[in-house]
Write a protein that binds this ligand. Structure first.
Ligand SMILES: [Fe+2]
Length: 292
């Protein structure tokens, strides 16, 4: 075995794996992608920490990401620079929190993985954790009666397209993971009321009576933030995080304005590419309750 491809693996709480170098100076590029991909599919979150600085710019990150599979391209290219814009029109580029969601929800194709690279971490006490929810673990814990209710719920989401995404989709709350058919949860939480939030999205529930909506939302919110399934990642410089976009939801905690926080993100498609059936269903069904 090539000694340069070894790495240390330890369980990460509350889910995922922490992957560290086997020797001083080891880079992420030296790790075998096929092994990492298999671990990411099994454990859903890989935190690669302690490696020598590996990706200093978009081209080096893009070259690496290509080894993972087909890169999902965006109007801005392969790499999204996630940092605060002083003239932001959407929450993505603001310093507010970002509610849990899945990437690609408004696009024709949904990527399997997100590959994050931390160029600049926020300072201590500035906030800005990226949040992850393990929906498979959550669903395994949900009482059968609630699971049956959730199987009947669909949600229409609408958001103005002011940056690189937007529009209208209607997704079942529970969908089959395209890899193995197991249930996963797809939900874009409403933004918190009475808090700064640029480009607020709207939710419209189907399959719930209007009087059920408030209790449904409260119960769902409590379950989505259960610390047994919810993880907030505090970034360190050069962290590389691989997240499973099929089985996890993700979001962001608010951070201090003008923080140096700068992440890069690349989307990797699955094989075969996952097509977004929620787009085809947008506009179907009778809306019976609306939540702005
Ligand atoms: Fe996202």
């Amino acid at each position: 075995m090539n000694p340069h491809t070894r790495f240390h693996v330890t369980p990460h709480q509350p889910f995922g794996l922490l992957i560290g170098p086997a020797f001083s100076g080891q880079t992420v590029e030296q790790l075998p992608v096929s092994e990492l991909r298999a671990l990411a599919r099994e454990h859903h979150l890989l935190v690669l920490r302690g490696f020598a600085p590996t990706f200093r710019d978009s081209p080096s990150l893009t070259r690496y990401a290509r080894q993972w599979g087909e890169i999902k391209m965006w109007p801005f290219g392969a790499v999204l620079d996630v940092r605060e814009h002083h003239d932001a029109t959407d929450h993505i580029f603001d310093h507010s929190g970002v509610p849990l969601h899945w990437d690609g929800m408004y696009k024709p194709t949904i990527p399997e993985f997100q590959l994050f690279n931390c160029l600049h971490a926020p300072a201590e006490n500035e906030g800005g954790c990226t949040t992850f929810l393990n929906t498979r673990a959550l669903l395994a814990d949900v009482p059968p009666a609630i699971l049956e209710l959730w199987k009947t719920v669909r949600v229409t989401y609408r958001i103005q397209k002011v940056v690189h995404y937007g529009g209208e989709v209607c997704s079942p709350l529970l969908v089959a993971d395209p890899r193995d058919g197991q249930w996963v949860l797809r939900y874009n939480e409403p933004a918190e009321k009475d808090k700064r939030f640029l480009n607020r999205h709207a939710l419209e529930y189907h399959g719930l009576a209007p009087e059920q909506v408030e209790a449904f939302e409260q119960d769902l919110h409590r379950r989505l933030h259960d610390p047994r399934f919810f993880y907030a990642h505090t970034w360190q410089p050069n962290d590389v995080v691989i997240a499973d976009n099929f089985s996890l939801l993700h979001g962001r905690e608010a951070f201090t304005a003008r923080s140096a926080r700068h992440l890069q993100r690349v989307h990797i498609h699955g094989s075969p590419v996952c097509h977004n059936t929620a787009l085809a269903h947008a506009g179907d069904g009778l809306p019976i309750a609306t939540q702005g």
